[in-house]
Ligand binder design. Structure first.
Ligand code: GLY
Length: 354
C-alpha cells in the first residue's frame, strides 16, 4: 500500500487525501494550523463563468469540468455523514451604471466567443428573479450553471469522511512516506523551493451576515459590478450571507481592515438594501494562493513529490478535479489530459521542475 503524506488540511489537501484514500492509499494529513488558510474564509462559489476572467480558455474549460464533477463529489461526501451544503440555484451577474452594463456586454461577448452563451437580462428581469435586489440594478447576466457550496460544511464533511476512513490528521509531520503531496496554499513555496516566486498570497476580506426570520433573502449568488468594483453575495440555505471579497497584495498579512469591511458593506447594500437588517456575524480575511499565470499548479515536482496549489479564487471549485488528478498521479492512473495539461507545474520552469 502506498503511504502518502498530505501537507495541508485546507480544501485541496483534504479532498486529495479523500481521493487518495478511496484509491487505496494509506494517507496521513499534517497541518499545524488548518484555520490559517483560505478555505475556511472562502465564500464557496462554484462559479467558473462569473468568477474567472474568460481570457483563458483552458482554465474556463477546466472550471466547467469542475462544475460537472461537483454533483457526484457532493453526494459521495453527503453519504459519509455530513451534508456539504451544495446548492445549484445559479448565479446572477448584475450591473448599475452604463459602464457596468458595457462590462457585462463585453463579458457576454467574450464568453460567446468561447462557446458559452449566457442570457442577458433587463433590470426588471433581474428583480423578477431576485425580488430583494435594489431598484438601481439596471441589467444582468443569468448564469444558471454557476453554483455554490457551504465551504465550512464542506470542510467538516471532508474531515468526517477522512476520520471514518481512519485517516490520521496530525499537527507535525511523521517520519516516512512514499509520496508527499504539498497542498499548503500560499505557504507551498516555503516547503517546495522549486515554486519560489510562482505562488503568492492575495488577501481577501469577507463579511458574514445572517438574515432574520422576516428579512428578504437572495435565492442564488449575486455577483455585482458596483461602479466598476466587484462584490459578491453568496446566500446559504441557513440564512447566512457571505459578502466578499477584497483583493490585496499585502504578503502574509491577514488583518481585517476597516476600509475593506466598509467597502464590502457599502457595495452589498447597493445590491441588497435589506443588508441593513441582517446581523453582522463575522469579518475575516484569508490568503488565496495565486499562481503566476492564475491557473492551479498541480503535478509532480520531483520523485515522490507532488504539489497542489495556486488555485487562487477557485480553490473550492477545483477541489474535486484536483483531488482526482492528485490521486491519478500518485497511483499511476492516466489523468484527464485537459486538466493535467492546464495545471502542469512544468509550464513555468521545465528546468526547475522535473
Ligand atoms: N471566489 C471568491 C474569491 O476569491 O473571493
Amino acid at each position: 500500500m502506498t503511504r502518502v503524506l498530505v501537507v495541508g488540511a485546507g480544501v485541496i489537501g483534504l479532498s486529495s487525501a479523500w481521493a487518495l484514500t478511496r484509491a487505496g492509499a494509506a494517507v496521513t494529513v499534517v497541518d499545524p494550523d488548518p484555520e490559517r488558510g483560505a478555505s475556511p474564509i472562502a465564500a464557496g462559489m462554484l462559479a467558473p463563468i462569473a468568477e474567472a476572467h474568460p481570457t483563458e480558455p483552458a482554465l474556463l474549460a477546466a472550471g466547467r469540468r469542475a462544475v460537472e464533477a461537483w454533483p457526484d463529489f457532493a453526494s459521495a461526501l453527503a453519504a459519509t455523514g455530513v451534508d456539504p451544503g451544495y446548492r445549484t440555484t445559479g448565479t446572477l451577474v448584475v450591473g448599475y451604471t452604463a459602464s457596468d452594463l458595457a462590462a457585462l456586454d463585453d463579458l457576454a461577448a467574450r464568453l460567446a466567443g468561447l462557446g458559452v452563451d449566457v442570457e442577458r437580462l433587463t433590470g426588471t428581469a433581474c428583480r423578477r428573479a431576485e425580488p430583494a435586489l435594489a431598484p438601481g440594478v439596471r441589467g444582468g447576466l443569468d448564469v444558471p450553471t454557476d453554483h455554490s457550496v457551504d465551504n465550512r460544511a464542506l470542510l467538516r464533511a471532508l474531515r468526517t469522511a477522512l476520520g471514518a476512513a481512519g485517516v490520521e490528521m496530525i499537527a507535525e509531520a511523521p517520519a516516512e512516506a512514499d509520496v508527499t503531496v504539498i497542498a499548503a496554499g500560499a505557504w507551498t513555496p516555503e516547503l517546495e523551493p522549486s515554486l519560489d516566486g510562482l505562488v503568492r498570497p492575495v488577501r481577501g476580506e469577507i463579511v458574514r451576515l445572517r438574515a432574520g426570520r422576516r428579512t428578504p433573502v437572495l435565492s442564488r449568488t449575486v455577483r455585482a459590478l458596483v461602479d466598476g468594483r466587484g462584490v459578491y453575495l453568496v446566500p446559504r440555505a441557513t440564512g447566512e450571507l457571505v459578502v466578499g471579497a477584497t483583493q490585496d497584495e499585502v504578503g502574509f498579512d491577514r488583518t481585517v481592515t476597516a476600509g475593506g469591511v466598509h467597502r464590502l458593506l457599502t457595495d452589498a447594500r447597493r445590491v441588497l438594501p435589506a443588508v441593513d437588517e441582517y446581523a453582522l456575524v463575522e469579518t475575516s480575511a484569508g490568503l488565496r494562493p495565486v499562481s503566476a499565470d492564475g491557473a492551479p499548479i498541480v503535478g509532480a515536482v520531483g520523485p515522490g513529490r507532488v504539489v497542489a496549489t495556486g488555485h487562487g479564487r477557485n480553490g473550492i471549485l477545483f477541489a474535486p478535479l484536483t483531488a482526482t488528478l492528485v490521486a491519478d498521479l500518485v497511483t499511476g492512473t492516466a489523468p484527464d489530459p485537459l486538466v493535467a495539461a492546464a495545471f502542469a507545474p512544468g509550464r513555468f520552469t521545465p528546468a526547475r521542475i522535473r
